[in-house]
Design a protein around this ligand. Structure first.
Ligand SMILES: *Cc1c(COP(=O)(O)O)cnc(C)c1O
Length: 453
């Protein structure tokens, strides 16, 4: 018998562990099923460790302590706040857009008190929730009508299901994209029952390609904005206005999925020009859809604006009920849109405030951090992220830590409370003040003081 087999044999059995006093106590605190499951998990881990010839601690009390830690960890809420020091402003894995103070307050109020979600105070009768953000969206985008659903992916499914089921949706081969998390536009389209008709090539699609593809079964021309990648070189896509023109001459719809969707021009902030929602409306798209929690800087939502007749059809579709949003989303969205109406979005909406931050202000914060916890202040770049403005960066200052094992430092930062998410470049651990809220500085410095820098 070799050493490995001896070790495997010496692992305790589940029943022998269950008989132990401290484990009995765990059963009282957590339930027998969860304790058995935790023991099995830890035994599996130990077996795996032995098979990989790694050292393993077979002491029973250490093993039971491990089981208890696992049980305790399983009870802790999995959704917890973190400090985003990555410099990626719209970080999909860290919850995308942060909400403004008024949006937060509006959500709290909607959560705490009854409200007019579907109630008309004038008549005392049932009202429609679909009215809530409608007026603001019409005003801000110039569209005739608007509808809010769960997110932009569901907006797309709804548009295709309601307006193109069993019919052709014509799309450029350059726009059959994956939007992230493994979700691909063609798969979403198939799910809706619409039939995809690809035209053009990866790099070039002309208006004539669309025109040739329009037959009796055509329902719409669909443009998907390249929100998370960039094509350069020998590339061509017809402008949206040309697509809309062609669609209308043929009696079909032109739909624009903007992805991020911005109401503000990004160029004055030192970024490439991202097509605005207003531009798509002016170009004549029948429907324009975009996310609520990307560049708009609001809650998760899919916002559809456009022609009244098209929106009316969406509102009557059963998916309108399935994909509707709740009072908290409306509350946050209305408060966010209100910042745009008041022309105060760059100051009040966190996404824009972070985009607008002056590099000197950021450098002063990095310097202040460095004086407290060490590390070097270097120049670098932040990104907007969230499938918007691919390749666009903003000059920033970073606090950099030179260390033998950067991944180990990253792990320590993640395990701290609150967890700090940084990034590694050229073997250094980098922290970007742009995405760290000023009120988080105290916590951040405490965490940095507690880890091995
Ligand atoms: C992000 C994105 C979506 C999906 O939006 P969600 O709000 O995340 O569902 C769809 N299309 C494009 C082009 C996108 O960039």
């Amino acid at each position: 018998m070799n050493g490995r087999e001896a070790l495997l044999r010496s692992l305790p059995s589940v029943s022998s562990l269950l008989a132990k006093k401290p484990v009995q106590k765990l059963i009282v605190d957590y339930s027998r099923e969860s304790v058995v499951e935790a023991i099995r998990m830890k035994l599996d881990q130990a077996r795996e460790t032995i098979l990989q010839s790694q050292p393993v601690n077979l002491d029973a009390s250490a093993f039971i302590a491990d089981v208890e830690n696992l049980l305790r960890a399983q009870q802790r809420p999995s959704l917890k706040p973190v400090i985003n020091a990555t410099g990626v402003i719209i970080h999909t894995n860290l919850g995308r857009a942060l909400l403004s103070k008024s949006a937060q307050a509006a959500m709290t109020q909607a959560a705490a008190a009854y409200n007019t979600l579907e109630f008309d105070l004038e008549s005392g009768r049932r009202g429609s929730r679909l009215l809530h953000a409608r007026q603001l969206l019409r005003e801000l985008t110039g569209a005739e009508d608007a509808l809010v659903v769960n997110n932009n992916a569901s907006a797309l499914i709804m548009i295709l299901s309601a307006l193109a089921k069993g019919r052709h949706v014509i799309i450029s081969r350059g726009q059959l994209v994956e939007i992230g998390g493994g979700f691909r536009i063609p798969a979403i389209m198939r799910e809706s029952g619409a039939q995809l008709l690809e035209v053009g090539t990866t790099n070039r699609t002309r208006i004539a390609d669309y025109a040739e593809a329009i037959g009796d079964d055509a329902a719409m021309l669909l443009r998907i904005h390249a929100s998370n990648f960039k094509q350069i070189g020998f590339v061509e896509q017809p402008p949206l206005a040309a697509l809309a023109d062609l669609a209308h001459r043929q009696g079909i719809l032109a739909v624009d999925d903007l992805g991020s969707g911005t109401l503000l021009d990004t160029a004055p902030f030192g970024l490439d020009h991202e097509p605005t929602i207003q531009e798509s409306v002016v170009a004549g798209a029948d429907l324009v859809c975009f996310s609520g929690d990307k560049l708009l800087g609001g809650p998760q939502a899919g916002i559809i604006v456009g022609k009244r007749t098209a929106i009316d059809k969406l509102k009557r579709h059963p998916l309108a009920r399935a994909l509707r949003v709740d009072k908290l989303t409306y509350a946050a969205l209305i408060a966010t849109l209100d910042h745009y109406r008041r022309n105060e979005a760059p100051e009040q909406v966190p996404v824009w405030r972070m985009i607008a931050l002056n590099p000197d202000t950021i450098a002063r914060r990095a310097q202040a951090w460095s004086q407290r916890v060490g590390g070097a202040v270097i120049g670098g770049e932040s990104t907007v992220g969230g499938g918007s403005l691919p390749g666009a960066t903003l000059p920033t200052a970073l606090l950099a830590f030179e260390t033998e094992r950067p991944d180990q430092l990253m792990a320590q930062l993640r395990q701290a409370d609150p967890a700090v998410i940084a990034r590694i470049a050229d073997g250094r651990v980098l922290l970007d003040p742009r995405t760290v809220l000023p009120e988080q500085d105290g916590d951040l410095l405490k965490v940095l003081a507690s880890v091995d820098l």
